[in-house]
Structure formats: structure tokens, C-alpha cells
Design a protein around this ligand. Sequence first.
Ligand code: MG
Length: 410
Amino acid sequence: MNSSVPTPSRRSVAIVGSTGSIGTQTIEAIADDPDRYEVVALAAGSSVAVLVEQVRVLRPSFVAVGDEAALGPLRDALRAAGIDHEVETAAGPEGLAECARRADITVNGVVGFAGLPVTLAALESGKRLALANKESLIAGGPVVQAARRTPGAELVPVDSEHAAVHQCLRANDRPERVSRIQLTASGGPFRGKKRSELEAVTIDDALAHPTWSMGPKITIDSSTLMNKGLEVIEANELFGSPAGALGYGLAIDDIDVVVHPQSIVHSMVTYSDGSTIAQLSLPTMKLPIAYALAYPDRFPVPYGAIDWATLGSLDFEVPDLESFPCLGLAFEAGRIGGTAPAWLSAANEVAVDAFLKKRIRWVDISDVNAAVLAAHDGGMGDTLEGVLAGDHLARRTADDLVNALGRSTR
Ligand code: MG
């Protein structure tokens, strides 16, 4: 694609988290439409070999690694590939953030809280943020809302449910006529199981998602329904009331979660006349990625279209909050507001990491999350320092709980 001639209509794109699931699918989506986009910045956490191969193919002018220790190996690898003179390098949170200042559109596919500086840099420089990193919006809520008011700043969600809601909301231009949002959930690999049946589940069981192909953190979150809980908070931040003119005057309890195992209906919006508008497509993340890049246009992309002859039936059921307490915890955190969502999200990052390292059981994840949320100190998080302090304290609280649990289960 680097051999094609740039035209003024090509929009520059930064992909932060380029070696992860969202990043690689963004690269594939752009490869399908090379005349419209030009990749000018790439960043990863520490996967230097894959990152350098992406640089070799896409030839961005800026590349960064989140892990400072990976900067030396990155420079060595670029030199070995003979392309070090073409590309500027940087590292750490500021390196990731700088990517967002170099492009018209930033795809934030970072995993976890580390995505916050990228979210803020894209919005504060008045650019489009194609947001796949829900944790930055959840943890940094008040700070991100302020950044969204920067002239030119535009947040288009890449999360499939929120991309669906974003599309459904375009069916009506009167914000006060929106009455409820329905987020759909596949239910994950343990749908229909009781809590007692979930005590001995393994990492492989939890990673076997029935419909979506995603990275390990979000796949575990899907198995606990924490992902849906975080998405409820995300929807409340994106479409709710706190940002005034940006919002639709909805509260967190105006959001419903509907279990829909086929993952065809990606979410819905119900209007004041009782009409519900839904967005349907095959479950591929490339479609919401292409939507966030192209919005308000729609480009002719080759994925997502449903074959109605083979679709079959669509089922809907209510979520089981007893087997999957993380979903209820998220509503609770959303109602508390302030840094409560940040505490829950940070606790969950620590707990999922501990589960993936076999230090705690799957059922312990929700227990850690519940205990950390119960310890929330009432912080408001309306400054970046407040958000960082809350994140730090929540992680320490979760670490202590994990260490105690780890000892007792070994
Ligand atoms: Mg989602």
C-alpha cells in the first residue's frame, strides 16, 4: 500500500495498540481501502518484532512503544531492517499520546487504563478518536468528558455495541425522544451455567468465546459479563447526561442488558413512541472499525452483511446476575459515579491478570471486584491527578486481595 500515490483525500490514521486484536484488524480494514487512508503512526506495548514488521509494510513516520524498556530493542530492530532513518521513535505513555497528535484519526486499541493518555491526546488536539479502549472512558470519565468539548474533537466508538447505538441514534434528531438503550450481550462461554458449576473453570474454558474473536483480557471479561458491565458504564459516559449537550439525558438505569447468543443484533435504541431501532450485522470487529474511520460516510466494505437465507432465529433472554455478579457491580459503580467506575475497572484488570496467571480462580474475579468497589473512597476524579490516584489505590487494594486469595487457594 505504501507504493500507492497519496492523494489529498487520504485521511491520516494513527493506530495505537497496533499489534493487538483491534490494531491488526484496523490494518486489515485499511488494507481493504488503501486509497482513503494513510497510516502515519503506529504504537504497541512491547511486541517489537511484530511492530517493526508493520512499520516495514506501512511506512509510518512515527512509531512508539508503551514499555520504555522496549525502545532500545525497537531502535535496534528498525536499524537492522534498514528503515531507522525513515521513522521517529518514542516510548512510554507520552510516546503513545504523541501518535494521536500526528493523525486525523486515532484508533485507540490499547488494552486497559494505559489507553487514557491516548484518548486525551486525540480529543485535546481536536481530532477524531475511534475508541476501542473502553477503560479510558470508564476510568477517566469526567476528564474525558471535558476533553470531548475541545473544538473539532470527535469520539466515534469502535466497541461493537456502542457503534450500533451510535448508528441507531442517527434515526432521530431529537435527543429528548430517546428513552432507553438496549445493549446486547452474547452471554459468553458460560451462558446458562450456575455459579456452583463455575468454580472449577479453566483459562481455556473462559477463553473459548462462542461468537467473537478478541484479545485475552476482553474475552475473560466477556466470560464474567464484566465486559458488558463496563460497556453499560461506557454507554452511560458516551450517550448519558453528564456532558450536557453531548448527552441524551439518560441515566445508567435507562440502559438494559439483553442476552442475545447469536451476536447479530449489536444493540438497540428505544424511542419515546415505543419504537426500537436495532443494528444488525455479522459479528466482525472490522465493521465497527470501518464505520469509525468512515463516519459520517459509509464505505463499501466487504464484511458484515447478513445472509438472510441461512440466518435462522434470533434469541433474547435476561442476564443471570447471580451467576455473573460483575454485571450488577458495574451498574452499582455507575450509580455511585466519580471514581467508582475507575476503581471497579482497575480492580478487574488486576483480577483478570491474576486469573490468567493462575493465581486466583475464575469465581474469585467478581469477589475481588466487589471487595474493591466496597472500599471505594468516594473520590470524584474530575482531575487527571485524581483519576491516577484512584486507579493506583484501587490496584493496590486489589493486589492485596489477590495475594490473600492466592495464598489460600494454593
Ligand atoms: Mg463490545
